[in-house]
Ligand binder design. Structure first.
Ligand SMILES: Cc1ncc(COP(=O)(O)O)c(C=O)c1O
Length: 350
């Protein structure tokens, strides 16, 4: 099937679209668009603090969580320089590239530690080793669940690591997809911030996925008050604008939409997994709104063929070759994808 507008299953957005309550909130807010957004921002901070069970001074809003990520990288580099210490970023490979890109822009060295070959898990030993061998401050950027694998990291292992790390090791846990996790063993780093497990821990979250607000750019960081204060030196003032603040607040209060959003992704995941099982294509156990699955062929060719059929799929993430990242969209859109994938099988393309 070929529609005029391609299906966008490539950027892990939420194709359900913004909730009606968020659209209404933005429309209503237009009347006060000439004012600075202090009040809606304050209301959003209060709500974010409430749902996470932290105090308001433990929350920093971001213009998308990418801004929070950038601010954390910059803050730690700056702090290290002031203390006459070196700074490096340590990331698993592959992972979401934002932290690495920002580190590159500010000239901070980046160490990339490949995921384990057996199950694409964090290589704890080598991650730690790269920091232990470094004479300075290390920041680990860890995405949990990870993008692009869609898998979670073992909670006991991660918690133990954060708990026992030395004072010069910092952790930036990116939980952009945490709302989708179904594995009961998962524990959010926000809990560890609350338990004061480590003063070197920052957790970032976003409204771009489950809440379907990617275009309005709202995210946040949670950490202890001192760290939040330091991070805020590197975010711009009023970074979350009026529309983003009111839309995020309305969505958080819209339980029916959040339930629908989660249910939609879960249904789509079930359908896609059933199809992949039927076709004998392997995939990693998805705990997110996307899935990394096998192609059995050249991924670039597969991407082009999907595009010819009106579907934009994600890309390959070396060193994991032969797999493609697919965003789980609405049930109807995934039905179209499944039909096309099955037709590819008939042609011997997957
Ligand atoms: C792991 C991860 N973190 C952050 C983001 C970006 O979030 P935001 O839109 O809040 O900047 C993404 C987007 O795909 C992501 O996959």
């Amino acid at each position: 099937m070929h529609t005029n507008k391609p299906l966008e299953l490539n950027a892990n957005e939420n194709s359900l679209g913004m909730s009606d309550s968020a659209k209404q909130a933005v429309t209503n807010a237009l009347d006060v668009g000439f004012r600075y957004p202090d009040n809606p921002r304050a209301a959003l901070i209060a709500k974010v603090a409430e749902i996470n069970g932290v105090t308001e001074n433990q929350v920093s809003l971001g213009n998308g969580s990418s801004e929070n990520i950038r601010a954390v990288v910059q803050m730690l580099q700056n702090q290290a320089l002031k203390d006459g210490r070196k700074f490096q970023l340590v990331v698993p490979d592959p992972t979401f590239s934002c932290a690495e890109l920002y580190a590159n822009y500010i000239g901070a060295p980046v160490v990339k530690v490949p995921l384990t070959a057996e199950n694409y898990d964090l290589d704890f030993q080598n991650l730690q080793k790269s920091a232990d061998e470094f004479d300075g401050v290390s920041l680990f950027y860890l995405c949990n669940p990870n993008n692009p694998t869609a898998t979670i990291t073992s909670t006991p292992k991660l918690k133990m690591w954060v708990d026992t790390a030395p004072e010069n090791h910092y952790f930036l846990l990116d939980e952009a997809y945490s709302e989708y996790v179904t594995d009961p063993s998962f524990e959010s780093g926000v809990e560890w911030v609350k338990q004061e497990l480590s003063k070197n821990l920052i957790v970032v979250r976003t409204f771009s996925k489950l809440h379907a607000l990617a275009g309005l750019r709202v995210g946040y960081a949670i950490a202890n008050p001192q760290t939040i204060e330091a991070v805020e030196d590197f975010t711009s003032i009023d970074n979350t604008n009026l529309s983003g603040a009111v839309a995020a607040l309305a969505t958080l209060n819209d339980e029916a939409f959040l339930e629908l959003s989660l249910r939609t992704t879960n249904q789509s995941r079930q359908m896609v997994e059933a199809t992949l099982d039927e076709l004998g294509l392997r995939y990693l156990p998805s705990q997110t709104n996307f899935i990394l699955h096998e192609i059995k062929g050249d991924v670039k060719t597969y991407i082009d063929r999907m595009e010819d059929n009106g579907i934009l799929v994600g890309r390959e993430f070396p060193p994991i070759t032969g797999f493609n990242r697919l965003t789980l969209s609405t049930f109807d859109e995934m039905k179209v994808f499944v039909e096309v994938l099955k037709s590819f099988r008939q042609k011997g393309w997957v």
